[in-house]
Design a protein around this ligand. Structure first.
Ligand code: AMP
Ligand code: ZN
Length: 465
C-alpha cells in the first residue's frame, strides 16, 4: 500500500510500526458552532482510510480530538452570555449527530482538550526542563531555534519565518526571545476559562493539545497523522517540534493532508458569506450523499461544492444503491446452485482487486467508486437464467463489503404512507394513555427513517425530511 507522505513529499510503502496494527490521529474540529462542510472532508476521508485498513485486517487505534477550549468558543460564549463549556458541549453533541448522518464511525477515542489539561501542563514542564520552552510573565513559549528540524514538514526555512514573523508581531509579543516562537500556555484574561498551573492561572495553546492526546492514547510514535492541508503549518510543524523534543523519536511516520473544499469555485469563508453548514445540507439531502460527493474526488485534489454537483452525486449514489437492491433480489430469487468455474465469480475477483488497487494507490476513492459502478453495470448485463445463486451471492457480498469501506450500503426500505399513519395513530393512543415512553419511541423511530412529525391543532402532520 502506498501513501503520499507530506513529510517526504513522495508516495511511500506503508509499513506500520507494529505489524498488524495501525495507530492514527486526525485533528478534529473546534466546537464553537455547527460544523461546516469543509470540516467534513477530513472526517469522511479518514473514516474511509480507517475502514479500508480494517478491511485489510489491521487493528486500527483511531484517535480524533474535539478542541473544546479556544478563542472562538470563548467569543461565542461571551456573545451568548453563557459559559464556554455550554457552547463546546452543545456543539460537540451536534457534531456527533452530523457524523452519524455522514456514516462516520466514532473513533476509538475522542478526547476533549479540557479533560487533558494535566497532561498538557506535564508536557510543557518537560519542554521547559529540557530547554525547549521558557516562561515570561505567565506565558510559556516554545523556543523554535532549539529544535533543529523545525520547518521540515512545511518546507519552510526558519530564518525566513523569523523575519516574516517579526513584521507580524502584535503588541505583547515583544517578550518572545524570537518572533517565530509559539505559545504553549497563556495567562487567563477576565471572563475566560482557566486552570491552575506552575506559571499561574491560564489555558493551553492549541498545538500542545494534539501532542499530548496523541501520546496518551497512541504512544510516543504513531503511524498516520492526518488533517486538512491548512494544518501543515503551523499546527503540525509545532506538534512535531513538541512531541519529538519530548520523546527524542520521530513522531508520526506518515503525514497525510486533504486538500480544501471550495464552494462554487471560491474559498469558503465567513467574510464571503459562503460558509455552508452540514445542517444546511441535511435540510436538502441525506448526508450519505455528502459523503459520496466527498469521496468522489481524490483527497489531495481541491474539490468544488455546488448544488449541481451534489445532484450528480445523489444520482450516482442512487445508481449504486439500486444496483445493490437488485443484487439482493436476484440472490433471493435465484434457486440454490453452484457456480463452479463461473465467469461471474472470476469477474468478482477482478473488481475486488481493482478496487483494492485504487485504494492502495494513496487511497484513490474516486477510482474505487468507478469500480463499484462497473460492478453494478456488469451485474445488470447478467441474465438470471444463465446464472447460479452463488454468482449473485458473490457479487452481492463483494459489493457490500467494498461499498462499506466508502460508507455505501443497501438503502433502508422506505416506510409506506400507510405504515407511517398507523404508527402515528398508535402514538396518539399511547399519549392518551399517558404512555409517553412509547410515544417518544415512535417519534424517534419515525425520525430515524427521516419522517418528521408536527403536532398542530388540527392533529398530527407529517413529512419526509
Ligand atoms: P477547524 O475546526 O478549523 O480546526 O478544522 C477541523 C478540520 O477541518 C481540520 O483538519 C481542517 O484542516 C479541516 N478543514 C477546515 N476547512 C476545510 C475546508 N474548506 N476544506 C477541507 N478541510 C477543511
Ligand atoms: Zn491537531
Amino acid at each position: 500500500m502506498k501513501i503520499y507522505n507530506t513529510l517526504t513529499r513522495s508516495k511511500e510503502d506503508f509499513v506500520p510500526l507494529e505489524p498488524g496494527k495501525v495507530r492514527m490521529y486526525v485533528c478534529g474540529p473546534t466546537v464553537y458552532d455547527f460544523i461546516h462542510i469543509g470540516n467534513t472532508r477530513p472526517m469522511i476521508f479518514f473514516d474511509s482510510v480507517r475502514r479500508y485498513l480494517e478491511y485489510k485486517g489491521y487493528e486500527v487505534n483511531f484517535v480524533s480530538n474535539f478542541t473544546d477550549v479556544d478563542d472562538k468558543i470563548i467569543k461565542r460564549a461571551l456573545a451568548d452570555g453563557v459559559e464556554a463549556s455550554v457552547i463546546s458541549q452543545r456543539f460537540t453533541e451536534e457534531c456527533i449527530k452530523d457524523m452519524e448522518g455522514m456514516r462516520v464511525r466514532p473513533a476509538t477515542t475522542h478526547p476533549k482538550a479540557t479533560e487533558e489539561i494535566d497532561g498538557m501542563i506535564e508536557m510543557i514542564q518537560v519542554l521547559i526542563d529540557k530547554g525547549y520552552a521558557y516562561e515570561v510573565n505567565g506565558t510559556v513559549y516554545y523556543r523554535v531555534k532549539r529544535f533543529k528540524r523545525y520547518g521540515e514538514l512545511s518546507g519552510k526555512n526558519l530564518d525566513d519565518l523569523i523575519s516574516g514573523n517579526r513584521a507580524l508581531l502584535v503588541t505583547g509579543e515583544d517578550e518572545k526571545e524570537n518572533p517565530g516562537d509559539f505559545v504553549l500556555w497563556k495567562p487567563k484574561k477576565e471572563g475566560e476559562p482557566y486552570w491552575e498551573s506552575p506559571w499561574g492561572q491560564g489555558r493551553p495553546g492549541w498545538h500542545i493539545e494534539c501532542s499530548v492526546m496523541s501520546k496518551k492514547y497512541l504512544g510516543e510514535q504513531i503511524d498516520i497523522h492526518g488533517g486538512g492541508e491548512d494544518l501543515i503549518f503551523p499546527h503540525h510543524e509545532n506538534e512535531i517540534a513538541q512531541s519529538e523534543a519530548v520523546s527524542g523519536k520521530p513522531f508520526a511516520r506518515y503525514w497525510m493532508h486533504n486538500a480544501f473544499l471550495n464552494i462554487d469555485n471560491k474559498k469558503m469563508s465567513k467574510s464571503l458569506g459562503n460558509s455552508l453548514k452540514v445542517r444546511d445540507i441535511a435540510a436538502r439531502h441525506d448526508l450519505k450523499v455528502l459523503r459520496f460527493f466527498m469521496l468522489s474526488a481524490h483527497y489531495r485534489s481541491p474539490l468544488n461544492y455546488s448544488e449541481d454537483l451534489m445532484e450528480a452525486a445523489k444520482n450516482g449514489l442512487e445508481r449504486i444503491e439500486n444496483g445493490l437492491v437488485r443484487l439482493r433480489d436476484e440472490a433471493e430469487k435465484c434457486p440454490q446452485g453452484l457456480a463452479e468455474g463461473s465467469p461471474v465469480v472470476q469477474a468478482v475477483q477482478g473488481f475486488c482487486s481493482r478496487f483494492e488497487g485504487a485504494m492502495e494507490d494513496d487511497f484513490n476513492t474516486a477510482d474505487a467508486i468507478s469500480v463499484l459502478f462497473e460492478l453494478i453495470k456488469y451485474a445488470n448485463t447478467l441474465k438470471p437464467e444463465e446464472t447460479a445463486r452463488e454468482d449473485w451471492d458473490a457479487l452481492r457480498q463483494t459489493a457490500l463489503e467494498l461499498g462499506d469501506i466508502l460508507g455505501i450500503g443497501e438503502p433502508k426500505a422506505e416506510l409506506l404512507d400507510e405504515a407511517i399513519e398507523a404508527l402515528i395513530t398508535e402514538r396518539q393512543e399511547a399519549r392518551k394513555a399517558k404512555n409517553f415512553g412509547r410515544a417518544d419511541e415512535i417519534r424517534n423511530q419515525l425520525a430515524a427513517q427521516g419522517i418528521l412529525l408536527e403536532d398542530t391543532k388540527d392533529g398530527v402532520k407529517w413529512k419526509r425530511a
